[in-house]
Ligand binder design. Sequence first.
Ligand code: SF4
Ligand code: SF4
Length: 135
Amino acid sequence: MVSKRIVLHFPHRLVNQPIVYKLVEEYDLQFNILKAFVTPEEEGLMVLELGGKRENFDKGVEYLQSCGVKIQPLSHDVVRNETKCTNCGVCVPICPTEAFVVDKKTRKVIFNDKKCIACELCIKICPPRAMEVHF
Ligand code: SF4
Ligand code: SF4
């Protein structure tokens, strides 16, 4: 048996398709959706725990990839380089899990890494490239 937490990136055309349910029907996998949302670019994003027999798990992952779903293991951390962050606030509205909040008193942007699901949206948009992926 295997159980992994993974992030699925769905292209726009697949957002309303019941792809994940096929994992149950055809590959006898169990899943638990931890987060699901549509990003501003209208890409679907889902964080789920997926488990089952190793052979079925691998086939299920192959099926997802053949449909055009990008799969990212939740095995890396997103961290902020505090010396680079300028507290510009660009990352605050983009983060789907509200991992960034502006401190009302100091106006500084606080990063709560416990909320981060490593979707990497902030990596691309942070102007001084303060958000980094650590494997
Ligand atoms: S976008 Fe980058 S520089 Fe701006 S507040 Fe967020 S982490 Fe800091
Ligand atoms: S990677 Fe960035 S945008 Fe994505 S959840 Fe983590 S902090 Fe938010």
